[in-house]
Design a protein around this ligand. Structure first.
Ligand SMILES: O=P(O)(O)OC[C@H]1O[C@H](OP(=O)(O)OP(=O)(O)O)[C@H](O)[C@@H]1O
Ligand code: HPA
Ligand SMILES: [Mg+2]
Length: 165
């Protein structure tokens, strides 16, 4: 997606927890898994919630850097999982799949892992085995760790100031 996103989808902590638990419900019948591999950093919190629900205490990480804020660059693997082999029996978790760039890199590293994300956009969706919520390709998902509440002027004041909405 282009850096200047036309729409945003705001995800609160509560919603992220609910959606990650919904993901765990979908996954529970597919296990048991040898462990969970979080794709850092975005996959860390969904992976923690899923691991808790699946009673899975073995957690690995793989680090892929693809974005700088909303700008996509070439994916770079910064850290490999220590002990997941080709991924057989492991559950790979990320917050979302967007263009699928990160997913392709991780799938090549761990081809036999089951790949789950909380959110999926259409372009990356075919690369995911299990996900919960689809959002359109031109939407930027705002995660709670990237945002904070702030004051917003009353509607009447914004109108009086000439702010078109
Ligand atoms: O399908 P894609 O187009 O590759 O986009 C999805 C990836 O982008 C984000 O990670 P990011 O590179 O921003 O790193 P981060 O998780 O450390 O924030 C997100 O957490 C996914 O891992
Ligand atoms: O929509 C998104 N939101 C947050 N991070 C992302 N990384 C790729 N796409 C997104
Ligand atoms: Mg990420």
């Amino acid at each position: 997606m282009s850096p200047a996103s036309p729409r945003y989808y705001t995800v609160t902590w509560d919603q992220l927890h609910r959606d990650s638990k919904a993901l765990a419900w979908r996954l529970v019948g597919l296990g048991p898994f040898r462990g969970v591999i979080a794709i850092t950093r975005g996959g860390l919190i969904p992976a923690a919630i899923v691991a808790r629900e699946l009673e899975c205490r073995v957690i690995e990480t793989v680090s892929v850097l693809t974005y700088e804020e909303e700008a996509r660059g070439a994916p770079r693997v910064a850290k490999l999982p220590a002990a997941a082999g080709d991924g057989a029996g492991w559950l790979l978790v990320d917050d979302l799949v967007d263009t699928g760039t990160t997913a392709k890199v991780v799938r090549a590293l761990l081809p036999k892992a089951h790949f789950a994300t909380v959110y999926a956009k259409p372009q990356g969706r075919p690369l995911v085995d299990t996900f919960i919520t689809e959002v359109s390709q031109d939407t930027w998902i705002l995660f709670p760790w990237d945002t904070e509440p702030q004051f917003i002027a009353p509607i009447a004041k914004a109108r009086a100031d000439g702010g078109a909405r």
